[in-house]
Design a protein around this ligand. Sequence first.
Ligand code: FMN
Length: 216
Amino acid sequence: MSKHRFSEAEIQAVYRVIGERRDMRHFLSTPVNPDILHRVLQAANQAGSVGLMQPWRFIRISKVSLRQSIHALVEQERRLTAKALGEREDEFMRLKVEGILECGELLVVALADKREQHVFGRRTLPDMDLASVACAIQNMWLAARAEGLGMGWVSLFDPEALARLLNMPAGSQPVAILCLGHVESFYEKPMLEIERWARPQPLENLVSENSWPTQE
Ligand SMILES: Cc1cc2nc3c(=O)[nH]c(=O)nc-3n(C[C@H](O)[C@H](O)[C@H](O)COP(=O)(O)O)c2cc1C
């Protein structure tokens, strides 16, 4: 056994937070303690990033009118997404896909501008900046869950329209709207599974050895 291992209780806590993290769309409007928000953002900033470029930027939305404008953008894209889904349009429209107006804190996470200066790890894979932002958001999701807060990742928006709304510079790009806040309870399973929209695959279906799996 490794001498670097955490205590048994600490290990269980890590796996528990991973297992009980949920993408949340139902929130209470109770405010989020600023110290907790700070810790969650610190967790984000401790994520790994390609070449240590920290491509993430976090914009806290505190103006009510701006929150409403963001909600309107998401609503517009939700309708377009529903149309694009064809026969599942009505089913999609019945799903709750965001909690923007209810959540205690609303954040927009963006890729910074001038990313072309960072070549390390991105010469052949420029998307690794986006992968780094995803790592930061995952850290937030886990830290928030441990703090007893829910977080919902919303990607239903036109990035150019959101960038305009937030006065973002050329070369930057919003990648996530995050709803953060207190919740009545956490979903026991992914909400899309509960609503029978999708079913997660077991690990065995997704792991292979030495090559891409052959068709049986
Ligand atoms: C990159 C990314 C974008 C997502 N965008 C949305 C979204 O726009 N609306 C939504 O309701 N859920 C969104 N989700 C949440 C997923 O639907 C959710 O993670 C998935 O159903 C599994 O549920 P769980 O996170 O509770 O395990 C997003 C998740 C990720 C990782």
